[in-house]
Design a protein around this ligand. Sequence first.
Ligand SMILES: [Zn+2]
Length: 304
Amino acid sequence: MHQAQEPPAHPERGPHVATKRIIEFGLQPAIIVGVLVFWYFNRDLPAVYPLTILAVQLLLGALEYRYPARRDWMQARGEKSMLVAVVLVLSTATVFVAAWYDAGLAPLLSQLRTALNMDIWPHHWPILAQLFLVFFASEFIWYWVHRAEHRWRLVWRLSGHGAHHAFKRLGAINFGANHPLEMFLLVLPSALVELFFGVGIAAAGAAVLAVSQASIAHSNLRLNSKGIGWLFTTNTYHIRHHSAVLEESNTNYGCSAIVWDRMFGTFADGAVAEAGIGPTEPSLWEKFLMPLKEPQDSAIAPDR
Ligand SMILES: [Zn+2]
């Protein structure tokens, strides 16, 4: 018997499609340019870092709510509130960790710079060129730290990195959903570059760019990867790194820049079916205990 074909339930056309196309191709470049311009003109303002991160998070959060790439990844209000609370506490802790590194490492690294005759930082370059230099240099160190976390079980455990991977639903807020232990590793690359080379204010701008990029990389939005994805991580690339399948997860270690993955052979493209460390998501408490106890169904932890 012949049956008439049902029309699609919600045919997409008009302004919705146009808005989604603008988001897909324009959002990431617009955020990068907007963050750089805002930082450039307000770089002496102490609140420029938290204000920028807050604005980027609010924008991405609102768009994820209205135009999610995966509806099943929309975080419930309770879950989102818990994540916001965790991220607020950890972001505050980051400031103290950075100050601690500053006090502890600055004299040592400054002496090392002199001893090695490495007073080579191009302070005469335009400030934005210096910013990109710190950004890519810090991302180079982070690339190898992150790769080590996924290579050796001891580093995976000690860093608590598994907790960051344990979420089954991702959104922009997940950039900061890390184990407290990992704060020491997350801050380290930029602290080393800044303090060893005696960079100055450009390092603060690079940190703002890196966190904005990491927010975009976790966002639940449909974004383009072509062109911009030669240098910068896109959410397609980073969500692949969050895959619950080991082979897919062991790619794309750059959380803000992707260029080092391309250079060192760990870059991969393509969508993934599922995020997380395995079929189920551990509770918040189980995530916190991951340095001591890996959940039983974990599939992406290094085996040695
Ligand atoms: Zn990872």
